[in-house]
Design a protein around this ligand. Structure first.
Ligand code: PLP
Length: 761
């Protein structure tokens, strides 16, 4: 599958002309431009020509153009220069405005450099954020008022996340009468926007090579004629004594070649073509996701950047799906696996949290072709289809993906489970969380299940049950009897039937007075016990709440063991360390208190005292952060479970029973099949959200059968492998680096690499 790279605002590939120029410098014209012999002179000519073309492209015949290592260096140098000048003016006793202003949506390099140099130079000048409006443009009225007090103003030409183009004329007008220095971060403008540097009073304009088809590690800094300058690097006097250090000639030659192409105007598309590309992509997005929201106005943005959110889909879900389809995009925000941090750029524009947290940035470059854009459009539509078939879109699905018996949802470590029987089309939700009502509703409605019960394992100390909300939102599919016990169990019944499965309950007071565990049976087997916070991996539920019953806790644990035994999988109400499940025998090993109860060494009173001791310094819970039990130290220990591609090849060669399990979600698997493992390989799909369903079978396999988990990056597969190791299963592995590094997944020409991987004899 050919990669469709749409993350040009992060970096671009290197243009063939730039590659050739760099190679020429590495092979033939490798001289040091400071040398006076012929080899050096040839290098000097390349350096001079690159600077000359930069001047022509930027439209400047005065001022300085300095080659740097990239925009971050350009920004540092500009800020150091400006602050040094402000200090000099102040030290000369002149009345000087010293506020340092920067746009609220600026790249981090700017505010961080302001803070750094302000501190390094001991200035203590005030640093202030220029607000932006809902379109992402600077608040010019604010700026006009602040300008008289400003010593330095930093604004960007175009934003890297949204593509929003700043109103540089408006900013210039707002600065009229102020003697503030002006830095314009021009990284995203190069090749896409005219900056009119000669006409505008911009003092400093940093650029970066790798955002426009030059390699990483080279950039430019334009400094207006007469604007203050202080070198950041001193040494051999290179760059006219403005930036010491032997020049990065490969980078400079490559950047020169790119600028030359820009000047010739044949390689890069013009604005009309780029606008047409954007329209095609926007239409594809609208067709694929009818409720897609664009996070910045198209009329004010670079045609090469689209920032969007899709209601009901997280950035992670979208990125995982696109990545599986070989489409490389990025989150408009920094995403962690657990929770997406809203983008500060979109937050500054006042966008709602969901929009700022689920934003996706699609950016292409002016050298991209219509073939690439057409392919991107069709893959966008395929991604939407795959997400729909997994009930992850607001439109009704066509063709349904298989439904696991147990699906787990996690919000900040708190777990909710959905048990679904496809034969009877009945399901039960255990411990619904308020954040999940919409997702659970979508899950149930889209798949057409009937909701047989909504159960809580206890009255939660850290959050309200959202059972009532869930019931209200799926009324038509509710199959509960009219009379319910307080935690949702159908009154007067001993079992809930789910086709071939049934559920029973056990009262386990301790963590709370009403703590209850639910057992899922299939025939005579007990498959899982939903234990809430009674037992969690590495801890027992805390018993110091007002509603706790510490003196009954020990008896409850004995009762649990009596009913379900030591080895049935317990699914906890909180799972802070991605352990998924535990058993009483595993927890006995880890928790002396529990062991003491089972050995008969601790009676109910002694247990309660020991437990209180453990909980003495435990903070009050707020479930986002604090453990609901006192965890024992080992629980977050990370086992080494990784195996590299060569190791997997060797396992497949030598042990034919090796099981390969793809733990990506089904919509990802639909978009990019796990391939290249060989026709004989035993492949199983077990998406992480439903991975619990397959755990009992993996635990039953002989220890000699190797199980290798794979996913996109190696993160999720490592979680599952570690969870199984903690449950005592050895010989389970996670493919290091994930499928991204698996040779077989790449185009056919990489197959050769697969066969050439080291195969231990
Ligand atoms: N400014 C903007 C707007 C950017 O997008 C970037 C790169 O992400 C930078 C500055 C930093 O550039 P460089 O990677 O060349 O240091």
């Amino acid at each position: 599958m050919k990669e469709i790279y749409l993350d040009a605002n992060a970096t671009t590939s290197v243009l063939p002309q730039a590659r050739a120029a760099a190679l020429g410098v590495m092979t033939e014209s490798f001289g040091n431009p400071s040398s006076v012999h012929g080899t050096g002179l040839r290098a000097r000519a390349i350096l001079d020509e690159a600077r000359a073309v930069a001047r022509r492209v930027l439209g400047i015949d005065s001022g300085r153009v300095i080659f740097t290592s990239g925009a971050t260096e350009g920004i540092q140098t500009a800020i150091l220069s400006a602050l040094t000048e402000l200090r000099r003016r102040r030290d000369d006793g002149r009345a000087v405005s010293t506020d340092l202003l920067y746009g609220a949506t600026e790249h981090k390099a700017v505010p961080e450099a302001l803070r750094h140099w302000n501190a390094m130079l001991g200035l203590d000048f005030s640093i202030r954020k220029i607000p932006v409006d809902s379109d992402g443009r600077h608040d010019l009225a604010w700026l006009r008022e602040a300008a008289p007090f400003a010593g330095l103003v930093c604004t960007m030409a175009a934003n890297n996340e949204t593509g929003v183009i700043s109103d540089l004329d408006g900013i210039e007008q707002a600065l009229s009468g102020s003697d503030a220095l002006w830095l314009v971060d021009s990284v995203q403008a190069l090749g896409k926007l005219s900056l009119d540097l000669a006409r505008r009073r911009i003092d400093y304009a940093p650029f970066s090579g790798h955002k426009l088809y030059a390699p990483k590690g080279v950039g430019l800094l334009y400094v207006r004629d007469g604007s203050p300058f202080s070198p950041m690097l001193m040494g051999g006097g290179q760059e006219g004594e403005l930036r010491a250090g032997t020049e990065n000639m490969t980078g400079i030659a490559a950047l020169g070649a790119v600028l030359l192409e820009l000047e010739r105007g044949t390689t890069f598309k013009d604005a009309a073509a780029l606008n047409a590309y954007r329209s095609a992509l926007t239409s594809a997005l609208r067709e694929a996701f009818p409720d897609v929201v664009l996070n910045a106005p198209e009329a004010l943005s670079l045609p090469t950047t689209l920032n969007f959110s899709v209601p009901g889909l997280t950035a992670k879900q979208l990125l995982d799906a696109f990545d599986s389809a070989g489409v490389r995009l990025s989150g408009g925000s920094a995403c962690s696996a657990a929770k997406a941090q809203p983008s500060y750029v979109l937050a500054a524009m006042g966008l709602p949290d969901w929009q700022a947290a689920s934003a996706i940035r699609l950016s292409f470059g002016p050298a991209d072709t219509s073939t690439l854009i057409d392919e991107a459009c069709s893959r966008i539509k395929r991604c939407a289809e795959a997400l729909r078939s997994n009930c992850l879109s607001s439109r009704p699905q066509k063709g349904r993906a298989p439904t696991p018996l147990v699906t787990r949802f996690v919000v900040d470590g708190a777990c909710c489970y959905l048990v679904a029987d496809t034969a009877s089309m009945r399901c039960v939700v255990i411990d619904p969380l308020p954040e999940l009502t919409a997702d659970l509703t979508k899950w149930i409605q889209c798949r057409g299940f009937n909701l047989a019960a909504v159960l809580d394992t206890h009255s939660h100390g850290d959050h309200a049950s959202s059972a009532a909300d869930l019931r209200a939102s799926v009324t038509a599919l509710l199959q509960e009897p009219a009379q319910l016990e307080p935690l949702g169990w159908p009154a007067g019944t001993s079992e809930i039937q789910l086709g071939h499965f049934r559920m029973t309950q056990i009262a386990v007071p301790g963590h709370t007075r009403d703590s209850t565990s639910y057992v899922l049976h299939k025939d005579e087997d007990k498959l899982f016990v939903f234990v809430g916070d009674t037992v969690m991996p590495g801890s027992l539920g805390r018993s110091d709440f007002e509603q706790s019953e510490p003196l009954r806790f020990a008896t409850s644990l004995l009762r649990l063991e009596e009913v379900v035994g030591s080895n049935t999988l317990l699914l906890p109400g909180h799972d802070y360390d991605d352990r998924f499940a535990t058993t009483l025998s595993v927890e006995r090993e880890a928790q002396p208190l529990l062991d003491g109860v089972f050995k008969g060494e601790l009676d109910a009173g002694a247990f309660a005292v020991g437990k209180a001791e453990l909980e003495r310094d435990l903070g009050l819970t707020a479930y986002q952060t604090v453990a609901c039990g006192a965890r024992v130290g080992h629980c977050s220990r990370k086992e080494a479970v990784e195996i590299d591609a060569a190791g997997v090849v060797s396992l497949l060669d030598t042990q034919s029973q090796t099981l390969l399990v793809d733990v990506r979600e089904i919509y990802e698997q639909l978009l990019g099949l796990t391939s290249g493992f060989g026709a004989e390989a035993k492949l199983q799909a077990a998406p992480l959200s439903g991975v619990l369903s397959a755990m009992p079978a993996w635990l039953d396999l002989p220890q000699t059968t190797p199980v290798v988990f794979v996913c996109r990056s190696g993160n999720r597969s490592a979680q599952v492998a570690r969870a199984l190791r903690a449950l005592g299963r050895t010989n389970v592995w996670s493919l290091r680096g994930g499928l991204a590094l698996w040779p077989g997944l790449h185009a056919a020409h990489r197959q050769t690499e697969l066969s050439s991987l080291a195969r231990p004899s």
